[in-house]
Structure formats: structure tokens, C-alpha cells
Design a protein around this ligand. Structure first.
Ligand code: NAD
Length: 462
């Protein structure tokens, strides 16, 4: 795997100020596949200064020209799709087909959507005797996780650039290589120097320095609730804008009238894809007590079919964390019907697709985000009980409802405290606002709602 030994700052690859390096490890075989620089606070400062210097020029660039750069960026990403897929498979461990169809393909669609939005968005509107201008917020500090490494970068950088903001990106330390590929694509797309900057580095060093930097106007973070809470506090103290996309414990509610086999099979696939490392995964399956045993049998059979085709989890720490949750589930009295905490292979950070039955709402595995291929099946008595369970966590990111009749599913979904609900297996929509209720976060990503996060209004009265 090709790795740059430098940071991309002010339009060029420049050495970091310190000697520290981060090893990039392939989680499937535990081999080191590259090294990237660990930026210092000084490097972050240099990058923020470059972004500040580039801001007036980029903010004043006509939207049509910003759109043209984003179109070029989409094309550059599309041209590198195989390299992107190979890189994500190498550093994250996801199967190559998933890397191609999701990790490489979705960012192309999202970059394209922001090229179109930059060209068509009404950055100026008339309200009564006012003209309201939608202006860029300024310099964006973007901090991203490893689970959908390129998607999460594009979901922040593309709308920021469309809005006229400039960006300093601190990607996850586990997946910096695809972030470097992204920087190459930005460069190729002719985005002016300083508009986008990449600092690879450790969260508590480079990430924290970026969140705290007074030259950053908006911090956009995706990752754990623990770090998100901290970033929210830092931003609050400095009175700067913040967007937080955090964890989830989403409910997959299967109403009695649903096609049970379909709902269970799609539900299991949803949890196992990306080895369960999806913040919006439907990790709690809620089934009526009369259909519960049948659903458990279906889910156990579906999980067993996956074997280790799902790929490893991202690193040793994550595997320990997931195994710890599985053990805790057993200790608290849940019944293991597939998988378990025992590693299925000697090498690589693999976890067996795991299904728990007899999970009750107060159990740790029903409340906390595990971020691994672990599904919990809960039984409900009636619709009110299902709703109470569905809404009974601190999270509210996503969810699903299945019913024989779409209107019945929609009626239930309207009462769920969550940012997205897929009705009878509805497809992912890259233009629909994505983000959390409750402790799943603040703000929305994707589509026009994602663009407005990077804008602030100025009104002129006439
Ligand atoms: P994390 O929150 O530690 O890391 C996310 C990003 O934040 C990374 O770029 C990291 O370098 C950075 N970061 C870490 N500490 C920081 C700090 N003090 N200041 C600024 N930035 C900092 O997440 P993780 O440790 O990689 O994963 C732990 C758990 O987080 C997972 O098991 C999962 O539950 C959750 N998670 C959620 C998402 C999501 O999409 N919602 C993504 C990844 C992880």
C-alpha cells in the first residue's frame, strides 16, 4: 500500500514537525501495511492558518465554480474507485465486494450530490423586506472515524466546500491511507491551495488541537459518544459551531403483520455488514412474543450462514471490546444462539457473527453500542410495549419498521424517537438527512440539510 510520509497542507505534501509515525495495520492478517506521520499541535496550527488564509478567496468563489471543482472531485474519486476499495479492504478489513459497492461507491454519489447542490442551492433569498444571504461558516475542523472512512470524510468535506468553507481534516488513525487518497483526488480536482488540508495524527493530540484551535469556526465530529461529549464541551466553551454524529442502538421493529422471514433476514444482514461497525445498524430486533421463537431460529440460521465472510473488526482493541460485551451478555442471562466471544481464527481480528436471544431491555447488550457483529433479539407483548423498548435507550440514530401494510409501519415509525427509519426495508438515500435524536448527536449530514450545517445567515433589510 502506498503511504505518503507527509501531511497535505496548503496545496502540497509537507513533512510533519515531529518524528512520530503511526503504523497502519491490516486487521485481516495483523501485518503493518504502511506508516503515516502523527501530526503535532504545531502542524495543526499550520494547517488551520492555511485554511484561514484560503477562506476569503474560496468563500468569494462563485458557487458554479465551486460546483465545477466538486464535479472534478467526484470524477477523480470515481477514477480511483478500485484503488480506494483495495485500500479500505487493506486498512479496515471489509470484504472487497463491500469495499467496492459501499466504501468506494457511496462517496462518489455524495460528492456528486454536492456538486449539484452547490450549483443549484439558493444562497440568497428574499423574505419580506429582507435579503438573506447564506454565507459559509468559515474554517471547518473535521474529525472522522474509521468505520466508513471515505464516506465520513466526503460527508463533511463535500458540503463544506460547496458552502464556501475551508477544511482541516483529521481522519481516524486506523484508516489514514484512504484519507491520503482523498487528498490526492482533491488536488487533482484543482481545488485551490489551503481550501482542503489533511493532518493525520492521534485523536488526543492532533484531534484535540484541532477542536480547540481558535481559528476553527465549526467542528464536525463523527465517532464515539465519549469523545463527542468532550468536543461538544470544548466547542461550547469557545462558542463555536459543532456537529456531532455519535453512536446508536437502533431498533428493528417487526410488527406481527410483517413478512417475518424477510424482516429477520434483512435485519441480520444489516447488523453483520461491515462486521457490525455501522453507527446506524439495527442491533436490537424487536419481535412479538408469539413469533419470537420462529424469529430466533431464523436469525440464528441466517447468522450461521455468514461464517467469517464478514471480515474482521478494525483492530485488537475493538475485538476485545466486542468480546467483552458478548461475555457480559452471557453473564447477564442472555442466550447465545449463534457465535460467541471465542475468536474464530488465530490470525486477524475476527469475531463470529453473534446472535443473542432472551435479551431484556435493561441488559447492557440492549443499551450500549457494541460496534461489532452482535444482534440482540427482544420480545414485546403489544405495540405500546414495542414502542417503549424501541425508544428506551439514550440513542436515536436510525431504525426500521416492518408491517404487512406500509401505513401501519409509518404510523409506528412516526412515534419513534430517532433520526431515520427504513420502512419495510427501504433503501439508503444519500440525499436524506442523516443524524441523531437524543445522544446520537447534534446536526444532520447529507443532502441539502447537510449543506445548511456549513452555512450561516446574514440579513439585509430594505
Ligand atoms: P473515537 O471517538 O475515539 O474516534 C473517532 C475520531 O475522533 C478519530 O479520528 C479519533 O482520532 C478522534 N479522537 C479521539 N480522541 C479525540 C480527542 N480527545 N479529541 C479530538 N479527537 C479525538 O472512536 P474509536 O475509539 O475509534 O471507537 C470507539 C467507539 O466509538 C466504537 O466502538 C463505537 O462505539 C464508536 N464509534 C462510532 C462511530 C459512529 O459512526 N458513530 C464511528 C466510530 C466509532
Amino acid at each position: 500500500m502506498k503511504a505518503h510520509d507527509a501531511l497535505y497542507v496548503d496545496g502540497a505534501w509537507r513533512p510533519a514537525s515531529g518524528p512520530e509515525l503511526i503504523d497502519v495495520v491490516n486487521p485481516a492478517d495483523e501485518q503493518v501495511i504502511g506508516q503515516v506521520p502523527a501530526a503535532t499541535a504545531e502542524d495543526v496550527d499550520t494547517a488551520v492558518r492555511a485554511a484561514r488564509a484560503a477562506l476569503p478567496g474560496w468563500a468569494a468563489t462563485p458557487p458554479a465554480e465551486r460546483a465545477a471543482r466538486l464535479t472534478a472531485l467526484r470524477d477523480a474519486l470515481a477514477a480511483r474507485k478500485d484503488e480506494i476499495a483495495d485500500t479500505v479492504t487493506a486498512e479496515l478489513g471489509s470484504p472487497l465486494s463491500f469495499s467496492k459497492n459501499v466504501h468506494a461507491a457511496v462517496p462518489v454519489a455524495v460528492a456528486g450530490s454536492y456538486a449539484e447542490l452547490a450549483a443549484s442551492y439558493a444562497f440568497e433569498e428574499r423574505i419580506g423586506n429582507s435579503v438573506v444571504h447564506h454565507e459559509p461558516v468559515g474554517v471547518v475542523g473535521a474529525i472522522t472515524p474509521w468505520n466508513y472512512p471515505l464516506h465520513q470524510i466526503v460527508a463533511k468535506v463535500a458540503p463544506a466546500l460547496a458552502a464556501g468553507c475551508t477544511v482541516v481534516l483529521k481522519p481516524a488513525e486506523d484508516t489514514p491511507l484512504v484519507a491520503q487518497l482523498f487528498a490526492e483526488a482533491v488536488h487533482e480536482a484543482g481545488v485551490p491551495a489551503g481550501v482542503f488540508n489533511l493532518v493525520t495524527g492521534l485523536g488526543p493530540v492532533a484531534g484535540q488541537a484541532l477542536a480547540e484551535h481558535p481559528g476553527v469556526d465549526l467542528v464536525s465530529f463523527t465517532g464515539s459518544t465519549a469523545v463527542g461529549r468532550r468536543i461538544g464541551a470544548i466547542a461550547g466553551a469557545a462558542v463555536k459551531r459543532v456537529a456531532l454524529e455519535l453512536g446508536g442502538k437502533s431498533a428493528n421493529v417487526i410488527l406481527p403483520s410483517a413478512d417475518l422471514a424477510k424482516a429477520v433476514n434483512v435485519g441480520v444482514a444489516n447488523v453483520m455488514s461491515n462486521s457490525g461497525q455501522t453507527c446506524s445498524a439495527w442491533t436490537r430486533m424487536l419481535v412479538h412474543e408469539d413469533q419470537y421463537d420462529e424469529a430466533v431460529a431464523l436469525a440464528a440460521a441466517a447468522a450461521a450462514k455468514y461464517g467469517d465472510r464478514i471480515g474482521p473488526v478494525v483492530n485488537a482493541k475493538q475485538r476485545e471490546r466486542v468480546a467483552g460485551y458478548i461475555d457480559q451478555g452471557v453473564t447477564e442471562g442472555a442466550r447465545l444462539v449463534a457465535g460467541g466471544s471465542e475468536p474464530p481464527r488465530e490470525k486477524g481480528y475476527f469475531v463470529s457473527p453473534t446472535v443473542f436471544a432472551d435479551v431484556t431491555p435493561e441488559m447492557t447488550i440492549a443499551q450500549e453500542e457494541i460496534f461489532g457483529p452482535v444482534l440482540s433479539l427482544l420480545r414485546y407483548r403489544d405495540e405500546e410495549d414495542a414502542l417503549r423498548i424501541a425508544n428506551g435507550t439514550v440513542y436515536g440514530l436510525a431504525g426500521a419498521v416492518w408491517a404487512g401494510d406500509e401505513a401501519e409501519a409509518v404510523a409506528f415509525a412516526r412515534r419513534m424517537d430517532t433520526g431515520q427509519v427504513d420502512i419495510n426495508g427501504g433503501r439508503f438515500n444519500p440525499l436524506a438527512p442523516f443524524g441523531g435524536y437524543k445522544q446520537s448527536g447534534v446536526g444532520r449530514e447529507l443532502g441539502p440539510h447537510g449543506l445548511t450545517e456549513y452555512l450561516q445567515t446574514k440579513s439585509f433589510q430594505f
